[in-house]
Design a binder for this molecule. Structure first.
Ligand code: GLU
Length: 430
C-alpha cells in the first residue's frame, strides 16, 4: 500500500493540572441555557452523550508481543443529522476529553449549519513512537471495533490530532472489507485518490484565517502590516501561517511542542515548515530568536491563533494576552475562567466552534461529492467554504450583538438553539 505523505503535527502538551474539558463544555452549556432560556427538556437531553463506545484494541507490536490500547467513540447528538467528528491519537486522550470534543463537534456543525450531529473518537497511544505498521494495525482493529456504529448515514469519522489521510484510507478499507463493497463516504479527509476532496487538507486553516479576517474587519484592523503569532505548527497552525502571510499579515512568532521562535521582520512559513521537516521542530531556524510557548501566547501581536490542544489559555496567563484577536484554531484552547478575563480586557475571541469549522465544512462537501459520485475543483470547494464561513461569522456576530455577549456565547446560543429546536421537533420515541 502506498503511504500518503503528510507531516505529522506536533502539538504542545498541556502542562500542570489541566482543567477537565467536559466540565468546561458543560459549564458553557449551562451559561448558554440561561442566556437563551433553553427548553429544560432539551437541556436535560444534552447533558450526556447519546452513546459512548469504549473499546479495547489489542495489537501485535513489531516486537511480536501483544499490546492493548484503549479507544473511544463518543456520539454526542444526532438530532440534526448523522454523527460527525474526527479521531484523535494522543497519549493524553481521556474519555472526558473525547466527550467534550464530541459536544463541541455538535455545536460546530450547527454553527456552520451543516446537516450533522457531533461525535469524536480517541485512542490512547503515542503515535510518535509507533511504526507505520503498528499504526495501521491499530487503526484497522479500532475500526472493526466500532464498525457497527459508524457509516455514511450513522457516524462519519475524519482526521484530528495525529491522524491524517492515510489513517482515513485504512478506516475506509477496513469498513469496506467488512461490508463487501467500497464505501468512500464512510470517512472524510481521505486521500484524493480514494474520493477525498480538493482543499480538505488545509481547509481548517483556510476557514480559520477567513474568520480572523472577518474579525479584523469588525475591529477595522487593517491586515496589511498587522502581526500574528501561531501556537502549534501541525496541520492547522502551519497552514494558518501560510494563509495569514498571503493576506499581508506578518507572522512574527510560531511554536510547536518543543518551543517557539520569533522574528520581528516576520517569518516565512514555508521556510519554517522545511526546517521543521528536516529537524523535527521549528526551533533553531536561522535568523530567529528562541522563545517559550508561554512567551509566544503573551507576545505583542494583533492576532493570536492557538492551534494546538485544549487549555492553552487559562486563568494563569489570560491577563497577559496582548493580542486584539484570539482566533481559535484548536478545540477548547481557552477555559471559561480565561474567557472572562479576555472579555474584561476587550480581547475579541473568535471561538473554536466557529473559527475551526472550516475542516468539518469541507468534510461535509467531501461527503456530498461522494454521495453524488462527483469531484469538484479546488476553486469550487474554496468558494463554498468562503460562503459558509462568512455567513456563519455574520450570524454569530449578530447573535452575540443581540444578546450583548462575547462571540463564544453568541456562537453557542446560535448552535444550542438550532440543536434544541431539532430535539424538540423530533420528540422522543419509543
Ligand atoms: N477534527 C476536525 C474538527 O475538530 C474535523 C472534523 C471533521 O471533519 O469531521 O473539527
Amino acid at each position: 500500500m502506498t503511504t500518503v505523505q503528510r507531516s505529522v503535527p506536533r502539538v504542545p502538551m498541556v502542562s500542570g493540572s489541566a482543567p477537565n474539558p467536559y466540565e468546561n463544555a458543560m459549564k458553557q452549556l449551562e451559561n448558554t441555557a440561561s442566556l437563551i432560556k433553553l427548553d429544560s427538556d432539551a437541556h436535560e437531553m444534552l447533558k450526556q452523550p447519546k452513546r459512548i463506545l469504549s473499546v479495547s484494541i489489542p495489537i501485535k507490536m513489531d516486537n511480536g508481543r501483544v499490546k492493548n490500547f484503549q479507544g473511544y467513540r463518543v456520539q454526542f447528538s444526532d438530532a440534526r443529522g448523522p454523527f460527525k467528528g474526527g479521531i484523535r491519537y494522543h497519549p493524553n486522550v481521556t474519555l472526558d476529553e473525547v466527550k467534550a470534543l464530541a459536544a463541541w463537534m455538535t455545536w460546530k456543525c450547527a454553527v456552520v449549519d451543516i446537516p450533522y450531529g457531533g461525535s469524536k473518537g480517541g485512542v490512547v497511544c503515542d503515535p510518535k513512537n509507533m511504526s507505520l505498521g503498528e499504526k495501521e494495525r491499530l487503526t484497522r482493529r479500532y475500526t472493526s471495533a466500532i464498525a457497527d456504529f459508524i457509516g455514511p448515514y450513522r457516524d462519519v469519522p475524519a482526521p484530528d490530532v495525529y491522524t491524517d489521510p492515510q489513517t482515513m484510507a485504512w478506516i475506509l478499507d477496513t469498513y469496506s472489507q467488512i461490508h463487501g463493497y467500497q464505501v468512500p463516504e464512510v470517512v472524510t479527509g481521505k486521500p484524493i485518490s480514494l474520493g477525498g476532496s480538493e482543499g480538505r487538507l488545509n481547509s481548517t486553516s483556510r476557514g480559520c484565517v477567513i474568520a480572523a479576517r472577518e474579525a479584523a474587519r469588525s475591529l477595522k484592523l487593517n491586515l496589511k502590516g498587522a502581526t500574528a503569532a501561531v501556537q502549534g505548527y501541525g496541520n492547522v497552525g502551519s497552514w494558518s501561517a501560510v494563509f495569514l502571510k498571503e493576506l499581508g499579515v506578518k507572522v512574527v512568532a510560531v511554536s510547536d511542542s518543543k518551543d517557539g521562535i520569533m522574528s520581528k521582520q516576520g517569518l516565512d512559513p514555508r521556510k519554517v515548515q522545511l526546517h521543521k521537516d528536516k529537524t523535527g521542530s521549528v526551533v533553531g531556524l536561522e535568523g530567529t530568536q528562541e522563545i517559550s510557548n508561554e512567551e509566544l501566547l503573551e507576545s505583542e501581536v494583533d492576532i493570536l491563533i492557538p492551534a494546538a490542544l485544549e487549555n492553552a489559555i487559562t486563568d494563569r496567563n489570560a491577563s497577559r494576552i496582548k493580542a486584539k484577536i484570539v482566533c481559535e484554531g484548536a478545540n477548547g484552547p481557552t477555559t471559561p475562567e480565561a474567557d472572562k478575563i479576555l472579555e474584561n480586557n476587550k480581547v475579541l475571541v473568535v471561538p473554536d466552534i466557529l473559527a475551526n469549522a472550516g475542516g468539518v465544512t469541507v468534510s461535509y462537501l467531501e461527503w456530498v461529492q461522494n454521495l453524488n459520485r462527483e469531484h469538484w475543483t479546488e476553486a469550487e470547494v474554496n468558494e463554498k467554504l468562503e460562503q459558509k464561513m462568512v455567513s456563519a461569522f455574520k450570524s454569530t456576530f449578530e447573535t452575540a450583538r443581540r444578546y450583548n455577549v462575547p462571540m463564544r456565547d453568541g456562537a453557542l446560543a446560535l448552535a444550542v438553539g438550532r440543536v434544541s429546536e431539532a430535539i424538540r421537533t423530533l420528540g422522543i420515541w419509543p
